[in-house]
Write a protein that binds this ligand. Sequence first.
Ligand SMILES: Cc1ncc(C[n+]2csc(CCOP(=O)(O)OP(=O)(O)O)c2C)c(N)n1
Length: 284
Amino acid sequence: MSREILITPSIDEIKSLMRVERLPHIWCPSCGIGIVAKAYVEAVLRSSIPLDKHVIVSGIGCSSRMPGYIKLDGYHVIHGRAIPFSVGLKSVNPELEVTIFAGDGDLITIGGNHFIHSIRRNDDINVIMINNYIYGMTGGQYGGTTPPGSRTLTSPYGHLEHNFNMPLLAATLGAPYVARWTVLHYRQIVDTLLEMFNVDGFAFLEVISPCIVYTDMNRMESIEFMRDLRRRVVIDNDADLSDLSISMDPDTRIVVGKFVNRESESFQTRYYRLIKKLGGDLDG
Ligand SMILES: Cc1ncc(C[n+]2csc(CCOP(=O)(O)OP(=O)(O)O)c2C)c(N)n1
């Protein structure tokens, strides 16, 4: 049972968990990643889990620079491979609360195969996917979440492919916890993370975030992207998941909320029960 602290941490408490000596950070002005960083730090400080049990894992990309700025044990591994690394970490250290920060390119484009199999197994990890619709760090190539019609470095005349509807994909594969917010929803992100820490299984959060590379190529200012988000966003926890695709069409809604929260025993819980039944010594 969770015993979260209800009081918002002070700025000094937040700073105590940031590697302030590494500032300035690499994120561009108007990037949304820092908002998610602060929300995560707040959730960690308010969680009932000791700081030395929280671990951050990331692959490669702007979003994946997160472990460099947060004063917790962190691992910056190879591109697209944050999930298998985390599964190993969690499987041999089941007391850890492992959270992945990934870009959409890292998680579902280069790393898509790991995503589907980890949800199938129901690994006990938290996955935050910061969706800026492109591979940001390398200059804006399209990936699995790029909305059709978007201009990117590799689709200068408009992207011809469809994008993944991530909450639908995660829920269909069986993830016990699935949510989507935007960087406009700081409070909801904190609240969702606190719930994710208590899930025994794959907890997935998509956060839609502006990227200056993407907005430039689509001939808008990042602030317009944010205004567009604010205008189009609808909170609907009971939404029909097939209705959650993200489109460039300004007349369509972008649905956010907590869509799935159900019990489903994780692989690690099943694994340790088996070890116990076999009389195994976890250290041997
Ligand atoms: C195996 C491999 N392929 C390609 C790259 C080059 N690369 C570095 S960062 C990056 C893009 C990351 O994009 P995303 O995961 O969406 O994160 P963002 O930068 O947008 O936050 C790519 C393709 C790499 N480092 N390793």
